[in-house]
Design a protein around this ligand. Structure first.
Ligand SMILES: C[S@@+](CC[C@H](N)C(=O)[O-])C[C@H]1O[C@@H](n2cnc3c(N)ncnc32)[C@H](O)[C@@H]1O
Length: 193
């Protein structure tokens, strides 16, 4: 079993309990040109509707291979990084990221690139976990170096909402959808302001 199969297996309890419904909500009603950053094994793909043209970017070869198996004719999976999207400026209707800002090296560079490709009326959609508050936050700070090493780069102590605001996005919606191990999982959408 390679690491992409492990990813699906490890995530499956959360997927069944919470994530699949969140992915479905996040993708509902999207249409036009979509960029999915860090598509992983393609767990969002079955939630996109027929009117979506999805460019799914994934740097990890094993994850990408599994994503290709889940792709359909509306979805193109490419190697690359969210810091450099192979599309012109202002050409994208929706930028989608699920559990990805926790894993990228440079959150600010990824969000700047999302702003570059999004149309003025375009939207960014995120599902992310955030550093817990108070004692949980300190636990997440302590665990992050080991967890990041074990999980291939995931940081438990990021604050996606603050990163969005710092990058010049205004929130249309933002809510905590469930909690695991003191981490609020949050989803919402935002636009360039
Ligand atoms: C925790 S996984 C999430 C995968 C998928 N989005 C999901 O919801 O299951 C994080 C993914 O981000 C990818 N990733 C890491 N750095 C990235 C970058 N700079 N640009 C795009 N994807 C990146 C990893 O290879 C991994 O597949």
């Amino acid at each position: 079993m390679n690491c992409s199969a492990c990813y699906d297996l490890l995530l499956s309890p959360l997927e069944r309990r919470f994530l699949s419904a969140c992915r479905s909500r996040l993708c509902a009603g999207l249409s036009g040109q979509i960029v999915e950053a860090g598509a992983g094994t393609g767990l969002n793909f079955s939630h996109y509707g027929q009117h979506c043209r999805v460019l799914a970017i994934e740097p990890d070869a094993a994850m990408r291979e599994r994503a290709c198996q889940r792709a359909n004719s509306h979805i193109e999976v490419v190697a690359g990084r969210a810091e450099q999207i192979p599309l012109p400026a202002h050409s994208v209707d929706h930028w989608v990221g699920t559990l990805v800002l926790c894993s990228v090296n440079e959150v600010a560079a990824v969000l700047a690139e999302a702003r570059r490709v999004l149309k003025p009326e375009g939207r960014l959609h995120l599902l992310e976990h955030e550093r817990g508050s108070a004692a949980w936050g300190r636990v997440h700070d302590l665990l992050t170096p080991a967890w990041s090493w074990l999980s291939g780069g995931c940081h438990l102590n990021r604050r996606p909402r603050l990163s969005l605001e710092a990058a010049g996005f205004g929130l249309d919606s933002w809510e905590t959808v469930f909690r695991v191990g003191g981490s609020p999982f949050q989803m919402g959408s935002a636009r360039s302001v």
